[in-house]
Design a protein around this ligand. Structure first.
Ligand code: 13P
Ligand code: 13P
Ligand code: MG
Ligand code: MG
Length: 368
């Protein structure tokens, strides 16, 4: 049997330029030169470095499997080196997502977001890597559901014999530290009970019915790890396409509906998710709107052939127009819900500090 390849996407915000809007080129250069060194040493097969907004994305292939200490450690080292560069330039929020003082064992739970999958490369292996900024890990639930379970999105669920049996969803309860598997289409309604609650139940992975992995997402929730607001999760998601998985166009189709996600200004607002080409992955209006990029690659023996900038297509113009209309409408609510997050979610922001100051001004209502 052919060797398995591992595709690891590990990301962190280690400093923004300007504010939280984008990434300075010096950080990208630092990350590229570090990973080139690691590649020359034979530790990784190939890599691609990019940014979505102020989040640094390390996209790597190797033969070491998921949750590998050496790979996680080297990603942490790259983030630390880039934090030093960010400190030198006094970039905004240098080292923002590095919540631990030093690396220990596994980068998960230390701040960065992680999406990894191990598989045997097929005769042709198209993959799409989605990366978002100014939003939370729950942002992938709706698009993953559409890609792998909704026949109005994915024609292959009906037409393709290889997909007709459906898929299996792995859902994590990130507050209860539990997981559950659901088979679609058999258990669609059970699946939707949970994944509709995007702050708590996150689709971690999707598998073909034979067990082969088709998609994986980062489910790290920064606020739950830090216990307070330090920045948004700004998650990533990897999807394998074609053959027994949805076609490239079926994987992109969910983003024609700019669904409403948590994030935007101060991580405290709901806003529509804007699909953009890489050159527009620079959220500035009210630090947003939240946005997503999609880089497509063909893998060839672990080498990245690409990327193609998949949302650089006029086919997404109407989604972008609608997104801006929705953004305008929500913005007009100012500090009112449902633009601002509900109180439960605001607990992780600095709002409780303000409320505390006003605590002793509250009086009991007079008895009737
Ligand atoms: P497969 O070639 O993966 O079967 O998909 C058909 C296709 O490309 C539809 O867009
Ligand atoms: P990031 O999570 O992208 O750093 O954004 C933080 C923020 O507060 C934006 O207003
Ligand atoms: Mg930031
Ligand atoms: Mg960010």
């Amino acid at each position: 049997m052919e060797d398995k390849i591992t595709l690891s996407v590990i990301k962190a915000d280690v400093g923004g330029f300007v504010g939280h809007s984008a990434m300075h080129g010096d950080l990208l250069d630092e990350a590229k030169s570090r990973l080139a060194g690691v590649q020359a040493d034979g530790i990784i097969v190939d890599f691609h470095v990019t940014a979505c907004g102020d989040d640094l994305q390390l996209i790597m292939t190797h033969h070491k499997g998921v949750d590998n200490e050496e790979i996680h450690h080297l990603a942490w080292d790259v983030f630390e080196a880039c934090t030093e560069v960010a400190n030198r330039l006094k970039l905004y929020g240098a080292g923002q997502d590095l919540l631990a003082d030093a690396f220990s064992g596994n980068i998960r739970g230390m701040g960065p977001g992680v999406a990894e999958m191990e598989f045997v490369e097929r005769k042709s292996e198209p993959v799409i890597i989605f990366m978002a900024d100014k939003t939370s890990a729950g942002a992938w639930n709706l698009p993953l559901y559409k890609m792998f379970a909704d026949p109005f999105n994915t024609a292959g669920l009906i037409i393709a014999p290889s997909m007709h049996t459906g898929f299996r969803f792995e859902v994590h309860d990130v507050k209860g530290h539990k997981r559950i598997f659901f088979d679609a289409p058999e258990e669609l309604y059970d699946l939707l009970v949970f994944i509709g609650a995007t702050g708590r139940y996150l689709i971690k992975a999707v598998y073909a019915k034979d067990g082969e992995i088709g998609a994986v997402s980062s489910t790290e929730r920064l606020a739950l790890i830090a216990g307070k607001y330090v920045g948004k999760d700004d998650p990533v998601c990897v999807v394998r396409c074609q053959g027994k998985f949805p076609a490239v166009g079926e994987v992109l189709e969910p983003f024609t509906m700019p669904h409403i996600v948590e994030g935007w200004m101060r991580g405290s607002h709901y806003g529509p998710l804007l699909p953009v080409p890489l050159r527009h992955a620079t959220p500035s209006r009210f630090d947003g709107p939240p946005r997503v990029i999609a880089l497509g690659f063909q893998l060839a023996h672990g080498r990245f052939i690409g990327p193609r900038d998949m949302f650089d297509d006029p086919g997404f113009d109407e989604a972008r127009r609608l997104c801006n209309a929705l953004a305008d409408h929500l913005r007009r609510h100012g500090p009112f819900e449902p633009h601002r997050l509900p109180m439960e979610a605001m607990e992780y922001t600095t709002l409780p500090e303000v409320m505390e100051k006003l605590g002793d001004r509250w009086e009991e209502l007079p008895e009737l």
